[in-house]
Design a protein around this ligand. Structure first.
Ligand SMILES: CNc1nc2c(CCNCc3ccccc3)c3nc(N)[nH]c(=O)c3cc2[nH]1
Length: 369
């Protein structure tokens, strides 16, 4: 029985609802902070909770290299290990292998690669990825193993990767079996080719998943090209199940993807940008390193609880300039809280039938650079 997904309101293609899991409810549209190596970088789980996040991401690739799948299970699984008792979604590791690992080889049977940490050899098959995600890490939501092609892609290469991903999707589903307290999401591929994405969607639907991700985007195509794919891709997927756009994105990407029917997001941007002094605001990103903040006593955002409303830009400017650890902590915390405030505002707008107005106001106020 898949997790109940109750859509409480829609406006055009945008939806708002709740994905109910044994470890807690996930309010959608949802932004999922990324916790690569069993930590949302520079934040305690309590701080992550305070931002309003309902779910975080774990990463099979990183965790299988360190501390290792079997040790993770010995230690009671990721929730216990890191002290996060709400839902965790893990990616299957294939994307990270292609972007992080040393030499890697993709075969029908599995991906083989050498660790970027110590060069050790590893094998990731659909079956092994499911075992690591669902049984060793204990993820509430696991992702099928897939192959994401770079952008731009030749249509033939995109077709081959999409068809391999479908075969791996079927093997992932078979390995996952039927579970009462855990879910498995399929991943749509097909690069920027509408017919490939349609073929992928139809075959994913036949296999049957608890939720469906849109993969193969945020790989360098840019906002415009991504939106052109999102003009059709989300609605090729079942309307009654969650749609997760992987690796996205900037605030403007979230607004435009929600407008086109996406429910769930993950991105390293809030924490990564925070560590480099960038703070996200309703007017767009600002960099606290900039001298113009040296005597600015206003807070980042008085409407957001926590560091966003309790510290001056001048203080944050000082911390970042001094490369103080606290600067990375406070800006990561603010950015995650801002992304939660953004998704909360979109949920509220859709619930009250004013998302169109929200989207217009957002564009008027936000200058993305
Ligand atoms: C940034 N752009 C982007 N990211 C993509 C990802 C990874 C999503 N983030 C997962 C993560 C988990 C923990 C720690 C860090 C990251 C994808 N994952 C899969 N499986 N397939 C994709 O097509 C795919 C496409 C992507 N584009």
């Amino acid at each position: 029985m898949p997790f109940p997904f109750d859509i409480s309101a829609t406006e055009g293609r945008a939806r708002t609802g709740v994905l109910k899991t044994p470890r807690g409810d996930i309010r959608t549209p949802a932004f999922m902070p990324v916790g690569t190596a069993a930590t949302v970088k520079a934040m305690t789980v309590d701080q992550v909770k305070q931002t309003g996040a309902d779910i975080i991401l774990g990463n099979t690739y990183h965790l299988m290299l360190r501390p290792g799948p079997e040790r993770m299970e010995t230690l009671g699984g990721l929730h216990k290990f890191m002290g996060w008792d709400k839902p965790i979604l893990t990616d299957s590791g294939g994307f990270q292998v292609m972007s992080l690992a040393g030499i890697s080889k993709v075969k029908e049977e599995a991906v083989t690669f050498s660790s970027h940490i110590d060069g050790s050899k590893h094998v990731l098959s659909p079956e092994r990825s499911i075992q690591i995600q669902a049984d060793r890490i204990g993820a509430d939501i696991s992702m099928q193993l897939d192959q994401c092609v770079a952008y731009p892609a030749e249509k033939d290469a995109a077709k081959k990767a999409m068809e391999l991903s479908i075969r791996w999707g079927a093997r992932s589903k078979a390995a996952f079996g039927t579970r009462e307290t855990q879910a498995l999401f399929g991943i749509q591929q097909g690069s920027t080719f509408e017919d490939l994405r349609r073929q992928s969607s139809e075959q994913l639907r036949e296999i049957g998943f608890d939720g469906y991700a849109i993969g193969g985007l945020a790989v360098g195509e840019g906002h415009q090209a991504m939106c052109e794919v999102l003009d059709y891709a989300p609605e090729m997927l079942p309307a009654d199940r969650p749609r997760y756009l992987m690796g996205v994105g900037k605030p403007i990407d979230l607004v435009e993807a929600v407008y086109r029917g996406v429910d769930m997001f993950d991105c390293v941007l809030p924490t990564r940008a925070g560590r480099h002094g960038q703070a996200w605001t309703w007017e767009g990103p600002i960099n606290l390193k900039n001298a113009r903040f040296a005597e600015d006593q206003t807070p980042l955002d008085p409407t957001i609880d926590g560091p966003s409303s309790t510290y001056s830009k001048a203080y944050l400017h000082h911390l970042i300039r001094a490369d103080e650890i606290l600067g990375k902590i406070l800006l990561s915390w603010h950015n995650i809280a801002f992304f939660q405030a953004l998704t909360a505002a979109m949920r509220d707008a859709i619930q009250h039938g004013r998302f169109e107005q929200f989207r217009k106001d957002f564009h008027a106020r936000h200058t993305s650079n």
